[in-house]
Design a protein around this ligand. Structure first.
Ligand SMILES: Nc1ncnc2c1ncn2[C@@H]1O[C@H](COP(=O)(O)OP(=O)(O)OP(=O)(O)O)[C@@H](O)[C@H]1O
Length: 829
């Protein structure tokens, strides 16, 4: 019995399944037939419309008389009357959109295409309605009804109300608004269009003014150049010299080297005799980087992210908005121009051939006196020192020449002689002798080099010129941390300014932030004006430069460690290893800001007078510095620390191990030199920016470089140039540091020792719905530590959310009544 019942049930179930299957099938078939019908009908209408252009006039009489015999339209009588109706009474030539849409709908119903039909319908309707009115307005004079009956009707009404010009303007405005609604890119194109017009106008006006100025000049010249001024024309590079980029393989970037002028004093070569062959090399800077454009008028804009479209795929967002461009957040930012820097005009000064020859003679003489025979000597004149390269005769021991350092110095009566024996990879011995007249290597000349202009480094630093007059550029991102040392007055501060300026000339504020710690209080003060552009600071920090050498520094370093950890978390979440990969992926919109991802600017932390800091704060600063130096490279955080006391109790083992790149200015003793660059040499430098650079890629032999010179007024001009533009409001904020001790305690324990201001502060937070430590500080005039502790207690009590990097915490209680209940609970009432 039971079996019978279940069989019956099964049969009923099968029938219902069949039924529903049948109905789905039926629907599909009906849809297919309808789609086919629509498509064929649409093709018929399309053919009739096309035919209407040739036969429309001829068919008018037949249509009026309703006689099918005299119809010429390919669609016959029905085709002719449909086309006539659509073109003359509906939307003019835009009626073509109707059969086109019918085909799209037909294909969709037939299951041929999966594209969404509704957005297409809206767009096509818009084009049809707007197009018919617009065409009817601008082509109203002809006999053909371009806009059809609909177009003519609306257009006439518009013209009557607004006049011809007003009607066209309104229609264009509607079109632009619609395009903006469809794609945000429209705004960009319009802005670009306006920009181009503005530039063209500026150019025309400057051309007009320069033509009139030229006329004036010409008349002056015609008067016999009475002012005595000479015009100097810039000649493009003539030849290509081999250039070497510091810390990188030769020509890795494919950079073209600077112009080279080679002066051969003696070109004769004789293998057997002692020959002096002194080619003297100078390398000139190349074309200017840019023409010194002037800043545009100031605009205020906030540094928000690009708008996020909800519910769209990455492809759709990319198609609509293109890749994410961090520079867009400060779109009109102009890079500083080279005319802000001073030109020294001594880059081309004559080489003192007599001096070189005399020095070479004296070196040969001294060596000869000690029975050291050489086969060849060449001189390369650098900005500060000349390198004499000697090839010893076979059998001469290198150590013998090395031991003659003092004798050579004595014979040349010069300080700062350094012997490199042998020059790595060359098989020759180098003797560096200071020039009698040293050249100032201007910052302008290094930034104005093609090498710097074309560099692809992430954080390019043009620090000066090598002994062969090549512009020396390194990538701070690869170093990855730099230790700068040198006795007082030897050029450290100038060196740091050169480093900062290079970065300012190459990086956009969206891509780079500085943290500057300056216990001497005078070195970095001019950069304070870059707060809204290049500075990263704590939420409660008043001055973007950190002057004090205690708490603030510790808090900042603590915050930087937190930022480093947060960045690592993001990298881990994105399954990437470096900041470059991360930012690339972010730019391609493959990392969603909704999941906490954000573009990561590089952070360069510069600490001047590190010695002072270690003396006052000791381990408290040493440990976070070591942590950052060990780990932060991959997340784009790089440190530069400078000290005038390169002793081992300041540059400790931990610091040394984590700062592989070193920059040594002149120091007082051999021991100091060894502390910085692991060898002697820095004690033999001649000061004023003469330095030795050591890094993993220079090998054991440090490279001698003349640091570029930039003085305070130049730095001020550069900062002022940046300051005159719109910046980020607020500036880039570092995460609030977790106050020591707060983390250790359990929540219950913390709530046991509630701050006496707890209730008051909680009420303020709920009333203003703002959970920020700095706000508590300001509002109640209390110190940072106490405010931080209060905020932690709020978190433990469930009044505010957890810290979220630099963003304020969420307030979890919405009104004061709810808060009072919470407070009662917290106080155990
Ligand atoms: N690259 C350079 N080219 C020419 N002159 C330089 C260069 N660097 C420094 N000088 C000269 O040396 C002076 C001292 O330089 P700077 O202030 O950088 O020294 P410092 O090492 O920072 O000294 P301190 O540690 O006492 O601050 C400058 O005022 C300048 O005259």
């Amino acid at each position: 019995m039971a079996e019978k019942k279940s069989t019956k049930r099964k049969q009923v179930k099968n029938k219902s399944v069949e039924k529903s299957f049948f109905s789905v099938k039926t629907l599909e078939t009906a849809g297919f037939i309808l789609g086919l019908f629509l498509s064929v009908a649409a093709l018929f209408i399309l053919l009739s419309l096309l035919s209407f252009f040739a036969t429309g006039n001829l068919d008018q009489t037949a249509l009026e008389q309703q006689s099918a015999e005299n119809v010429h339209n390919l669609g016959g009588m029905i085709g002719a009357s449909t086309a006539n109706y659509l073109i003359n009474h509906c939307f003019g030539i835009f009626s073509f959109i109707i059969p086109i849409f019918m085909i799209q709908l037909g294909l969709k119903l037939m299951g041929v295409t999966k594209r969404r039909i509704f957005p297409q319908f809206i767009h096509e309707m818009m084009i049809m309605i707007w197009g018919s009115v617009f065409f009817a307005t601008i082509l109203s004079n002809g006999s053909f009804r371009w806009g059809g009956g609909h177009g003519d009707f609306v257009s006439q009404w518009l013209i009557k109300s607004l006049g011809n010009f007003g009607a066209i303007a309104l229609l264009l405005l509607i079109a632009i608004c619609y395009l903006i609604f469809v794609s945000k890119k429209t705004i960009e194109y319009i802005q670009k269009g306006f920009e181009k017009t503005a530039t063209a106008t500026e150019k025309i006006s400057s051309m007009i003014s320069s033509t009139s100025a030229k006329k004036d000049n010409n008349s002056e010249e015609a008067n016999g150049q009475s002012n005595g001024k000479r015009t100097v024309s810039v000649v493009p590079p003539m030849d290509q010299a081999t250039s070497r980029t510091l810390f990188e393989e030769k020509d890795e970037e494919g950079n073209e080297p600077d112009t080279e002028v080679v002066i051969n004093i003696d070109n004769k070569e004789n293998e057997n005799a002692t020959v002096i062959n002194i080619p003297i090399e100078t390398i000139e800077p190349s074309k200017p980087q840019n023409n010194g454009t002037t800043p545009e008028s100031m605009e205020i804009s906030s540094g928000g992210d690009d708008e996020e479209a909800s519910g769209k795929t990455v492809e759709q967002i990319l198609a609509e908005q293109g890749p994410y461009d961090p520079r867009k957040s400060l779109e009109n930012y102009k890079f500083p121009t080279l005319d802000l820097l001073k030109k020294y005009g001594n880059d081309n000064t004559e080489i003192d051939e007599a001096e070189q020859k005399a020095n070479a003679d004296r070196i040969i003489e001294v060596l000869g006196n000690f029975d050291v025979r050489i086969t060849k000597i060449t001189a390369t004149v650098g900005p500060t020192v000349t390198l004499y390269e000697i090839t010893p005769a076979p059998g001469v021991r290198i150590s013998k020449i090395r031991n003659l350092e003092n004798d050579i110095a004595l014979s040349l009566s010069a300080l700062g002689i350094r012997i490199i024996a042998p020059i790595p990879g060359k098989g020759t011995i180098g003797i560096e002798v200071p020039n009698k007249n040293r050249k100032v290597v201007s910052m302008e000349s290094v930034l104005n080099s093609r090498k710097f202009e074309e560099t692809k480094y992430e954080l390019p630093v043009a620090i000066g010129k090598t002994i062969t007059n090549e512009v020396c550029i390194f990538d701070l991102a690869k170093m990855p941390h730099l230790l700068v040392a040198g006795a007082t007055g030897q050029g450290k501060s100038v060196g740091l300014n050169a480093l900062i300026s290079s970065l300012l000339y190459k990086k956009h504020p969206a891509e780079l932030k500085f943290v500057m710690i300056d216990p001497k209080k005078v070195e970095f003060s001019m950069y304070a004006s870059l707060e809204k552009y290049f500075m990263a600071m704590l939420p409660d920090q008043d001055d973007p430069i950190i002057y004090d050498d205690g708490n603030k520094v510790v808090n900042t370093l603590q915050s930087l460690c937190q930022l480093m950890d947060a960045r690592y978390d993001l990298l881990k979440k994105a399954k990437l290893r470096t900041i470059q990969e991360y930012n690339e992926k972010f730019k391609k919109r493959l990392l969603s800001p909704k999941e906490g991802h954000e573009f990561m600017p590089y952070i360069v932390i510069i600490i001047d007078e590190f010695g002072d800091l270690i003396m006052t704060a000791g381990k408290q600063v040493e440990l976070p510095i070591a942590r950052i130096a060990q780990k932060a490279r991959a997340v784009g955080m790089h440190m530069v620390i400078a000290t005038q006391r390169p002793t081992t109790n300041i540059i400790t083992g931990t610091i040394k191990a984590n700062f592989p790149a070193r920059m040594a200015f002149r120091v007082v003793s051999q021991i100091d030199s060894r502390t910085i660059i692991e060898t002697t040499g820095a004690n033999q430098l001649i000061g004023k920016g003469d330095m030795l650079i050591l890094s993993s890629s220079t090998g054991a032999e440090p490279l001698r470089v003349q640091c570029a010179f930039i003085d305070t007024p130049e730095v001020e001009r550069v900062c002022e140039f940046i300051e005159n533009q719109s910046g980020y409001i607020p500036p880039y904020l570092l995460p609030e540091p977790i106050v020591e001790g707060d983390k250790g305690g359990e929540g219950v324990q913390m709530l046991d020792q509630l701050d006496s201001m707890f209730d008051e502060v909680a009420r303020m937070i709920v009333a203003t719905q703002q959970g920020s430590t700095s706000k508590i500080q300001r509002h109640f005039s209390i110190g940072y530590n106490r405010a931080g502790r209060l905020m932690d207690q709020m978190e433990k009590a469930g009044i505010v959310s957890e810290a979220r990097g630099s963003k304020p915490r969420d307030v979890l209680i919405s009104d004061l009544a709810q808060l009072e209940a919470k407070l009662a609970e917290v106080h155990g009432k």
